[in-house]
Design a protein around this ligand. Structure first.
Ligand code: NAD
Length: 323
């Protein structure tokens, strides 16, 4: 069996998670890591048996088969351009960037380079999400109610809009991705936000109304002012059917039986996302559910929501420029 040699760009929390998942795949080796935070890249290298290298050029020279781009939202752009120029597949963590400027350019570059891509919208790989799709397949969605009610994540860049992009772009984008998957494309969004919290300039609370192309309407509520994660997920309503989906389970109500919470292990979806990417790198599968171009559609929605808050008016969601 051929080995798959992975290099990591960024050695923080999510990189560590991916590397742990990959360590369970016998044919995968994490061979190199770069991060400007030298102690961090050294620690990652020790933990995962990789070689710490000074910069991206050295990583791309080290004979990797693919790269994981696990940098904060402000760090995207040149990395993806360089990985694509090297002709390598890449797994890019969400969000794709702070706004649309970098991701639109990167999308063109990776399409031209023809390299396999995957983005960290792992919720789509959950058994609960698959089941929700099946249940909704033949029933028009009427209403979508999304929420991300949480604390500020423990990373220094998150509370600053010019580092993270804000809560909708950085965090609630998982729920927006699920909304697109289960109810179709959003054409228009109108969002309002409350005052910043926790010493940064990211909105402390956001409320948005969504209009879907297929006739559904929806809401998204987000806050980061709690000291705990209250809830993150989506409720979807169709005629005679209510489906609740979160990262760790689902409930279905039809009015016949009492709804029962069916738990799923979120690690299963995270592992499946890494598995699908590795299989694509090895040329033995086409199971990546969210390649870069698909993630860009969700990112456009998140950016439209953020734009609506700033402009104080409804915003149409940018459509595919490549048709
Ligand atoms: N899909 C998910 O479930 C999930 C979960 C957690 C985080 N994330 C996303 O992953 C990204 C990273 O999050 P994190 O929690 O790992 O952050 P983190 O701050 O823990 O780690 C980011 C690392 O990237 C490094 N970095 C910054 N610029 C770099 C560059 N140019 N080259 C190489 N390294 C660079 C930083 O030094 C830092 O060590 C965020 O966009 C976040 O939204 C996704």
């Amino acid at each position: 069996m051929r080995d798959c040699r992975i290099g990591f760009v960024g050695a923080g929390g999510v990189a560590d998670r991916h590397a742990r998942m990959l360590s369970g795949f016998p044919e995968v080796r994490v061979v190199a890591v770069t991060d400007p935070d030298e102690p961090r890249r050294a620690a990652f290298a020790r933990t995962h048996g990789a070689r710490p290298v000074a910069d991206l050029a050295a990583l791309l020279d080290s004979g990797v088969d693919a790269a994981y781009v696990c940098v904060p939202p402000f760090g995207h752009g040149q990395i993806e351009e360089a990985v694509a120029a090297a002709g390598l597949p890449m797994f890019v963590e969400k969000p794709l960037g702070l706004d649309l400027t970098v991701p639109e350019q990167v999308a063109r570059t990776v399409a031209d380079a023809g390299v396999p891509t995957a983005v960290g919208h792992h919720w789509r790989y959950a058994a609960s999400v698959r089941r929700a799709r099946e249940l909704l397949a033949d029933r028009p969605v009427r209403l979508v109610v999304g929420a991300w009610l949480d604390k500020v994540p423990p990373v220094p860049w998150w509370s600053h809009r010019d580092r993270s992009g804000g809560q909708a772009v950085e965090q609630a984008v998982h729920v927006l991705d699920l909304a697109r998957l289960l109810a179709g494309e959003v054409t228009e969004v109108h969002a309002v936000a409350g005052a910043p919290a926790n010493g940064g300039d990211v909105d402390g609370a956001t409320a948005a109304a969504l209009r879907f192309a297929d006739g559904a309407v929806g809401t998204l509520a987000a806050t980061c002012v709690l000291g705990w994660k209250q809830r993150a997920g989506l409720e979807v309503f169709a005629d005679g059917l209510a489906v609740t989906v979160t990262e760790d389970g689902m409930a279905v109500r039809t009015g016949v039986d009492e709804p029962v919470w069916e738990a799923v292990d979120p690690d299963d979806a995270k592992r499946a996302a890494d598995r699908a990417f590795v299989d694509a790198v090895l040329g033995r599968g086409d199971d990546v559910l969210v390649p870069y171009a698909e993630a860009l559609r969700t990112h456009r929605l998140a950016c439209a929501l953020a734009r609506s808050v700033v402009d104080g008016r409804p915003v149409r969601v940018a459509e595919d420029r490549d048709g």
